[in-house]
Design a protein around this ligand. Structure first.
Ligand SMILES: Nc1ncnc2c1ncn2[C@@H]1O[C@H](COP(=O)(O)OP(=O)(O)OP(=O)(O)O)[C@@H](O)[C@H]1O
Length: 310
């Protein structure tokens, strides 16, 4: 499986300066005592790309992302983020990153505007505070203390804090948790705008529709390993995307068939029924369907291997 971005060269030794790659990861491993959280990941993320890192709870997403952000030290492997090893990233390097962590903002005594103005002061070329407040939909709350905001509104403050410094690379760790559906769509618009400006984005999310909406490519991580990486529209390969026809027989039994020729198949079901079958639908598997399929079959394989060893 090729997990590297299509336009970046690979090397066997070291991590040469690669102007196209915002993130380069080779053989990344992280163990917490006996727990191996990340178990040999290779991945490139190209500049300007939006990459969605997906996987179940405990798969190793946050550990990987925190190593890239310089918050955690790796056990082994090589990593380069904007050309710098995050284990040795200085303040200039940090100023080029935007980070929206999983946990929400705590500094509740300041207003939204005060907090953003304060943080903007640390960056060489920050965005306009009021523009950012408008972009995250908090104009009406700009003078409100963060402690008085709802959970979803605080999350919007987190996103605002993550983008105020005009980052080259933005890390979004489950950014829309707690957002109402309209706010999520507004957030997607904001992210598309950042992408259009050339921002590289690494997104982790449990909302597969969000990954499908925003991601150019996605990777599925399970047990600390990358199970699959590809263009969002191609993940899982062609076989995972074969249309599904569902209908109910006259005795009420539900049926499902996968076919490359759904129209022909439906015609045969209609002919057999002598009319419209109950609850007929033709669907193309969504990213969520494909994700669940991949994660379940990898889980089943791991279980079979364990049984064979027992
Ligand atoms: N500080 C820590 N000490 C010990 N084990 C840890 C620590 N942080 C994470 N782990 C373990 O490492 C594994 C990967 O955790 P990680 O937080 O990276 O997963 P995740 O994919 O981000 O999960 P989630 O979707 O729940 O956020 C888990 O088994 C977790 O229990």
């Amino acid at each position: 499986m090729d997990t590297t971005a299509p336009d970046s060269g690979t090397t066997s030794a070291g991590l040469p300066a690669d102007t196209d790659a915002a993130v380069r990861i080779r053989g990344l491993r992280k163990a917490y005592g006996d727990v191996v959280a990340v178990d040999g990941i290779d991945l490139d993320i190209a500049r300007g790309e939006t990459f969605a890192l997906l996987g179940p709870n405990g798969a190793g997403k946050s550990t990987t992302v925190e190593i890239l952000e310089g918050y955690r030290l790796r056990s082994a492997g090589e990593v380069s983020v904007l050309g710098i090893d995050p284990a040795h990233g200085d303040l200039d390097w940090k100023a080029r990153l935007g980070i929206v962590l999983q946990s929400a903002t705590e500094s509740g005594v300041y207003t939204v505007r005060e907090q953003l103005t304060h943080l903007a002061g640390f960056y060489p070329d920050p965005r306009d505070v009021d523009e950012v407040i408008a972009a995250v939909g908090l104009v009406a709350k700009a003078r409100t203390r963060v402690s008085k905001l709802s959970g979803g509104q605080r999350r919007r403050v987190d996103v605002a804090l993550g983008i105020i410094g005009r980052p080259e690379l933005l890390f979004l760790d489950e950014p829309t948790t707690g957002f109402d559906p309209e706010a999520r769509r507004e957030f997607w618009k904001l992210i598309r705008g950042l992408k259009a400006e050339g921002t590289t984005i690494l997104l982790t999310t449990h909302y597969l529709d969000e990954a499908a909406q925003l991601g150019d490519r996605a990777g599925i991580i399970l047990g600390g390993r990358l199970l699959d990486v590809g263009l969002v529209d191609e993940l899982g390969g062609a076989s995972a995307r074969v249309p599904i026809v569902r209908w109910r027989e006259s005795d009420g039994t539900p049926h499902e068939a996968r076919t490359e020729r759904p129209a022909e198949f439906v015609a045969s079901v209609v002919a057999r029924h002598g009319g419209e079958p109950d609850a007929l639908e033709v669907i193309r598997p969504s990213l969520e369907d494909i994700y669940l399929q991949l994660v379940h079959s990898a889980g089943a394989e791991a279980h079979d291997d364990e049984e064979a060893l027992a």
